[in-house]
Design a protein around this ligand. Structure first.
Ligand SMILES: C[S@@+](CC[C@H](N)C(=O)[O-])C[C@H]1O[C@@H](n2cnc3c(N)ncnc32)[C@H](O)[C@@H]1O
Length: 286
């Protein structure tokens, strides 16, 4: 185990280093359409910490929280013991999730990771401003946590760096790591997915943002081949991008269907139908 890995594990055990005082706590400025024009109630939490090197909640963050809100009844029924965010940034998403599930009480624990140490401090400040405890760890995706958390996480939320960029922008320090997604914006996503699959419990589910350019259908196919059913919970078109919130959960029956559909492209397979039904429902013609 490397020095970085053991630091990550001790953080899980609650030995968190002192919070940096450089975070600025303030009311979250609103972006995007006015509330009246939104189709869903965009979640708003009163206080979100910020730092110049940390991703400020934006349309993608709001879409993810809106999708979680739309699935709140299922999340409550799931009664998750452990919820996790990979790439927590300001802490807006994990804090919103914890507030949403507050009625479950102390039976639900929260964990968040980010590769940017400023994001770790900022997330801690946001969580504390709302009286929520979570372990927040500076690590690459879930590095150092794989063994300890294998099959234990019931809910994972991810708003990954998804913007297509030159490969060399991947892994840059600070704010650049928030968006740099490499070829097709998939370079970090394709490392997150297998790592998260290992952590998810039998009843666990993953909520993840993807961009049209990331090939969300291809991501669903990939996950289906690994035994996960998929659904598009939300699609939102902003001026700059078409965002999807995808949900994945274990379903032993889908991998056979996915591999069969690979042999006969164009057939109406069950792994594809959640995507199609969403598109039909929302008036898309694809
Ligand atoms: C698009 S931002 C999302 C931030 C926040 N979750 C939100 O929705 O507002 C992506 C976040 O992922 C983090 N990140 C990028 N690469 C990562 C990696 N390899 N491991 C962990 N976090 C990473 C970035 O530092 C950034 O905070």
């Amino acid at each position: 185990m490397s020095a970085g890995d053991s630091a990550a594990v001790s953080a899980v055990e609650g030995k968190l280093s002192e919070l940096s005082t450089s975070c600025d706590l303030r009311t979250l400025p609103r972006r995007g359409k006015p509330a009246s024009a939104r189709t869903l109630n965009t979640a708003q939490i009163p206080l979100v910490a910020s730092h110049p090197e940390v991703y400020e909640p934006c349309d993608d963050s709001f879409a993810l929280v809106d999708a979680l809100l739309s699935d709140k009844a299922q999340l409550l029924t799931l009664q998750p013991s452990l919820c996790m965010e990979v790439g927590c940034g300001s802490g807006y998403v994990i804090t919103s999730l914890a507030i949403m599930l507050r009625q479950l009480g102390s039976g639900t624990q929260y964990l968040a990771t980010d590769i940017n140490p400023h994001a770790v401090d900022t997330t801690q400040a946001t969580l504390e401003a709302h009286g929520i405890h979570a372990d927040v760890i500076a690590t690459d995706i879930v590095s150092g946590l794989e063994k300890r958390l294998a099959g234990m996480v019931d809910v994972v939320v991810v708003n990954p760096p998804y913007v297509p960029t030159p490969e060399e922008e991947i892994g840059m320090k600070g704010i650049a790591s928030s968006w740099a997604g490499g070829l097709n914006g998939r370079q970090v996503i394709d490392r997150i997915l297998p790592a998260v699959r290992e952590l998810l419990s039998e009843k666990g589910c993953l909520y993840m943002i993807a961009l049209e350019d990331n090939d969300p259908l291809g991501i669903c196919h990939l996950m289906n081949e690994k035994g996960f059913a998929s659904r598009v919970l939300l699609k939102r078109c902003t001026e700059e991008e078409s965002l999807y919130v995808l949900k994945f959960w274990h379903d032993a029956t889908v991998s056979t269907n996915a591999s069969q559909s690979g042999k006969s492209p164009g057939s109406e397979s069950s792994w594809l139908s959640p995507f199609k039904s969403f598109w039909h429902k929302s008036g898309n013609s694809s």
